[in-house]
Design a protein. Structure first.
Length: 135
């Protein structure tokens, strides 16, 4: 059994690179209008997502876990290890497992994998929708 405990759908105000814009379809104008400062995002993660959750009970689920963790740690959001015990935080990568389960290396975007599992995503890169699709 699983439960979607908490999601946070927040964008960071930044000047996105070409690969980011091409992949996500998010524009600089959208991010400027709807984004927050990195410092505010770090505080939101701590106050909303990690509040009252012991890190030894946390499982981070992502469609591209290694990449997501690297990006987060560069932005001062640690979902890799418990700083008090130095033990790794559990994680599950739906991309890696979809590749194994489906036995292919292509058409593995989250929207493709979700559709194949019977879940239609109406908006990609939305934290709530992505969380349900990865579940």
């Amino acid at each position: 059994a699983f439960a979607v405990y908490r999601t946070l759908n927040t964008y960071v105000s930044c000047s996105p690179s070409y690969p980011f814009k091409a992949y996500t379809h998010l524009t600089q104008e959208f991010l400027a209008e709807n984004g927050v400062r990195k410092e505010d995002l770090v505080q939101q993660v701590e106050d909303i997502l990690l509040k009252d959750i012991p890190l030894d009970k946390l499982i981070v689920v992502s469609h591209g876990l290694q990449s997501d963790r690297e990006i987060l740690i560069k932005n001062f959001i640690n979902l890799q290890y418990d700083p008090k015990t130095i033990k790794p935080i559990d994680g599950y990568c739906t991309f890696v497992h979809a590749r194994k389960i489906l036995g292919r290396k292509e058409n593995l975007k989250l929207v493709d994998v979700a559709r194949e599992a019977g879940w239609y995503m109406d908006r990609e890169h939305n934290a709530f929708n992505d969380a349900w699709a990865t579940a």
